[in-house]
Design a binder for this molecule. Structure first.
Ligand SMILES: NC(=O)c1ccc[n+]([C@@H]2O[C@H](COP(=O)([O-])OP(=O)(O)OC[C@H]3O[C@@H](n4cnc5c(N)ncnc54)[C@H](OP(=O)(O)O)[C@@H]3O)[C@@H](O)[C@H]2O)c1
Length: 295
């Protein structure tokens, strides 16, 4: 999802020599193949959008794969960028690398101050190692490697499979199906009170391109400033978008999760970057993409 959006954002920023490989063409876990690719293409800039990404169940049952794949991919690219003298590298973290009990909104300086959420510890440990690698190569070898941490993203080319979808694609699929099947009611977990922050993947990609020109520091930077919305309000918006008119029920015996979760956007806003896409327009784009590709 992020890789496709980055490609489009780079094109709209005027880049004409964008090089990409599918996983079938280049398995980034393979050190020799990745090195040969960097040797032949000699990129000026590397944006690492590849990662093994998954939901709670996949993280719980395959912690070794999440660690191995992500450590391999990022190590091959970060070390390779150093040996092939790539001018700039952008590595992507994720909100789940913050300590589970970090103060909200989560500031970059709260990283490494506490234990991450145990259900995605392998994934988070690999991402934290990638962040440290970018810092270490900057310090020891003067490499311009940066880490950006996007908040929850949604939009075109999202994943709708139940075992790996995030909340917005999961709700789009749920309400679309309920409408198609004429279901009288849908039930959600909890009270709907928790607040979550969302940013479109197109805005996040535009922020990454902005950072290539406007950010060069060891400290990671959040890509945030998205819309904060309650889960209840999000359900109402998506039900309306899909045309679902049945009842929406809340099983308040089920847990709510964290009451609020968002990233602090002060550092990015101070550089002059702000999201451009209105949340409701973003939801509409996501639903159109779902209808065109999946439904
Ligand atoms: N989506 C979000 O809400 C979000 C939020 C914050 C940060 N991020 C970060 O953004 C990055 C991309 O996430 P995404 O949502 O775009 O995930 P995605 O849609 O699953 O994209 C990941 C891509 O990496 C490829 N890949 C996986 N293993 C590979 C390998 N060994 N060699 C080559 N390619 C490989 C995948 O190919 P296959 O599909 O063929 O496996 C896929 O195309 C991740 O680092 C993630 O942590 C995402």
């Amino acid at each position: 999802m992020v890789g496709r959006a980055l490609w489009l954002a780079l094109e709209s920023a005027g880049f004409t020599q964008i090089i990409g490989r599918t996983r079938a063409e280049l398995d980034l876990r393979e050190t020799a193949a990745t090195d040969a690719f960097l040797q032949s293409e000699k990129p000026d800039v590397i944006l690492i959008a590849a990662a093994k990404v998954g939901g709670i169940e996949a993280n719980r049952t395959q912690p070794a794969d999440f660690l191995f794949d992500n450590l391999q991919i990022q190590t091959n690219l970060i070390h390779g960028a150093y040996t092939h003298q790539t001018g700039k590298l952008l590595f992507l973290g994720s909100a789940c690398i913050y300590p589970r009990l970090a103060e909200q909104p989560m500031r970059e300086d709260s990283l490494f101050t506490g234990r991450v959420e145990p259900t995605n510890e392998g994934y988070a440990a690999a991402k934290l190692a990638g962040l440290k690698m970018c810092q270490a190569y900057r310090e020891q070898h003067d490499c311009d490697f940066i880490t950006a941490i996007p908040t929850n993203l949604f939009g075109r080319h999202d994943h709708y499979e139940p075992e790996r979808s995030h909340v917005i694609p999961a709700l789009i699929a749920k309400y679309h199906t309920a409408k198609a099947n004429g279901e009288a009611s849908v039930t959600n977990w909890g009270t709907g009170a928790p607040q979550r922050e969302f940013l479109t993947v197109d805005d996040a990609a535009a922020a990454c391109v902005f950072l290539l020109d406007n950010y060069s520091a060891a400290e990671p930077i959040n890509i945030a400033g998205g819309t904060e919305v309650s889960i209840r309000n999000l359900n109402e918006k998506i039900a309306a978008l899909t045309g679902y008119t049945g009842a929406v029920e809340w099983d308040t015996k089920k847990p709510d999760g964290m009451p609020r979760k968002l990233l602090d956007s002060t550092r990015l806003a101070a550089l002059g970057w702000h999201p451009k896409i209105n949340f409701d327009d973003g939801l509409k784009m996501a639903y159109e993409d779902y209808c065109a590709r999946v439904a």
